[in-house]
Design a protein around this ligand. Structure first.
Ligand SMILES: [Zn+2]
Length: 65
């Protein structure tokens, strides 16, 4: 099974994991973008607590079990 390295915690995050999220980072003066593979929980933990989470960042049913 393919897995990536979480950009926040350095642990593996598997391609089929319900916790996998992909950040696409770009800069106005640079061409292209960089993809960062992260755990949803790690990304949410890096945000300020009151940051409003959209559907993509809310825990899935599988994660809540
Ligand atoms: Zn992580």
């Amino acid at each position: 099974m393919l897995s990536y390295q979480c950009a926040f915690c350095d642990d593996a995050v598997h391609e089929t994991s319900a916790d996998l999220r992909v950040l696409k980072v770009s800069a106005a003066e640079k061409e292209g973008f960089q993809e960062l593979f992260v755990h949803r929980r790690c990304l949410v933990a890096a945000l300020r607590p009151a940051f409003p989470l959209g559907p993509v960042l809310e825990p899935t049913v599988a994660e809540q079990r």
